[in-house]
Ligand binder design. Structure first.
Ligand SMILES: [Zn+2]
Ligand SMILES: [Zn+2]
Length: 377
């Protein structure tokens, strides 16, 4: 009977609790951090041995990578170990982490913090917490403050779907996802919309976007598509099932709908001459290079036969999008563009506008991810 009860409890915890491990600051080589408690209290452990508790008023706890392993300084008591962790008393407790070497911006997080060493003696910093608590941080980082509840629901569902679809993306690094746009931005800030965000994550808990065969939908998103969603092939040179180009009428008058950029003619010519051996001396070719119009999104500059992908120009000239036209004005090439980002999947500003117009989160998701359905896991 006791065993049965145990199995039952274990099953419940599997169903109701899904923890994610996120790598923090992993794009940097971090050698030293300070940890301070901002709410509640945390137990701290060195190599699985309980050492003590730290609370809001405690001095920051310093963790450094040394030749002999991790060095922990807690109120001038020193410990050496190979792994270190702090565990919160309550789920709402949170701590602040401040990298000192190199000096980086401090951030606050909920959940457990674990620090280990890489083979090269750098810190691996991991935050382990409930999937939905992680999603609150992601939605805040990716959507900012001041959005409608319905939009936050959209962002919660696509971020949850992304996390589950890419669960093993950082297997080799020892965690599930990183905290950067490489995966999803997770820079917990606790802005004024925190309550609305938390409610939206909660209201959509366990809901994901899937295709008919139950596979997770590829929930790519970007800031603004400029009025036309991109085909993934134009951006990454490979198609992604279920995603294709179509017109988006909802984002055309929003914040990042248009942009312009002026580039010195000499720099423009130089790039095409050097990179593509483009015959700039020939006036017909020169005209092509300085008069280019993109009414509908294209994947190549001028004509596919020249083999100049627009995504390469976006990277080279750091453009907001590939959806632009070109004109020559005196000694400058002036680019007039639409949208911001790769343009694949969901257009955030269009989706925010749809929410303002009264569309439900389900309608918004169906518009940007055709042929998908919401599924409760
Ligand atoms: Zn990543
Ligand atoms: Zn759009």
């Amino acid at each position: 009977m006791r065993n049965l009860l145990l199995i039952f409890l274990v099953n419940i915890s599997v169903v109701f609790s899904q923890k994610i491990t996120v790598g923090l600051y992993n794009e940097h080589i971090v050698k030293s951090i300070d940890i301070s408690i901002q709410k509640g209290s945390f137990l701290f452990f060195t190599d699985s041995t309980l050492v003590g508790a730290i609370i809001v008023t405690s001095n920051p706890l310093r963790v450094e990578a040394t030749e002999n392993g991790l060095s922990i300084n807690c109120n001038n008591q020193f410990y050496t170990c190979t792994s270190f962790k702090i565990i919160p008393d309550r789920f709402s407790d949170f701590f602040q982490i401040k990298p000192l070497k190199p000096e980086l911006k401090a951030r606050s997080y909920e959940g457990e913090l674990r620090v280990e060493l890489t083979k090269k003696n750098n810190l691996i910093i991991k935050n382990i917490l409930e999937l939905d608590d992680y999603l609150e941080g992601v939605v805040e980082s990716e959507a900012g403050s001041g959005q409608l509840f319905e939009y936050y629901k959209v962002q919660s569902i696509i971020s949850r779907t992304f996390a589950l679809k890419n669960w093993n993306k950082h297997d080799k690094d020892g965690f599930n996802l990183c905290d950067q746009v490489h995966c999803q931005a997770y820079l917990h800030k606790r802005n004024s919309s925190k309550n609305t965000i938390d409610s939206a994550v909660n209201a959509t808990s366990k809901i994901v976007l899937t295709y008919q065969d139950s596979s997770y939908a590829p929930t790519y998103f970007h800031a603004n598509c400029g009025g036309q969603i991109s085909d993934p092939e134009w951006v990454w040179n490979s198609s992604i099932g279920g995603l294709y180009t179509f017109e988006d009428p909802y984002c055309r008058h929003t914040k990042q709908a248009t942009w312009t950029k002026s580039i010195p003619l000499a720099r423009w010519k130089d790039y095409f001459k050097k990179t593509y051996d483009f015959p700039i001396e020939d006036s017909a070719y020169f005209n092509l290079l300085t008069n280019f119009s993109q009414v509908q999104r294209m994947s190549f500059f001028i004509h596919p036969q020249f083999g100049i992908p627009l995504r390469d120009l976006r990277e080279e000239f750091r453009l907001k999008s590939t959806y632009f036209s070109v004109k020559l004005i005196e000694n400058n090439v002036v680019l007039t563009g639409k949208g911001f980002g790769h343009g694949v999947g969901l257009c955030q500003e269009g989706a925010m506008q749809m929410a303002k117009l009264g569309f439900t989160s389900e309608e918004i998701l169906n518009f940007y991810y055709p042929n998908t359905t919401l599924k409760r896991q």
